[in-house]
Ligand binder design. Structure first.
Ligand SMILES: [Zn+2]
Ligand SMILES: [Zn+2]
Length: 88
């Protein structure tokens, strides 16, 4: 799942919405490209096969870790890496 995670862009809102794809086995991440602290809903335009769609959402679904702060994905990568390292 880590490889599908998109990275934050400096100077943009970067709020995330995690949705399932049509087949339910993958996650697609939508990232808000607007300025940080912008008013209103997060919004992103996505391109389909026959045109574009505009998606609006209200809640940033990024994970907030007590130790590492806000994370670009739905879990904290440094914490997971640490856990993996301590297991081996
Ligand atoms: Zn936003
Ligand atoms: Zn963490």
């Amino acid at each position: 799942m880590g490889e599908t995670m998109s990275t934050d862009v400096e100077g943009e809102c970067n709020a995330r919405l995690f949705i399932s794809d049509d087949y339910g086995d993958n996650c697609r991440t939508l990232r808000c490209p607007h300025e940080p602290g912008h008013p209103g809903d997060h919004v992103v335009k996505i391109t389909g096969f026959n045109g574009t769609a505009t998606i609006l959402w209200t809640t940033d679904e990024r994970f907030v870790c007590e130790r590492h702060g806000i994370q670009p994905g739905e879990y904290c990568v440094p914490c997971v890496d640490e856990r993996r390292a301590s297991r081996s």
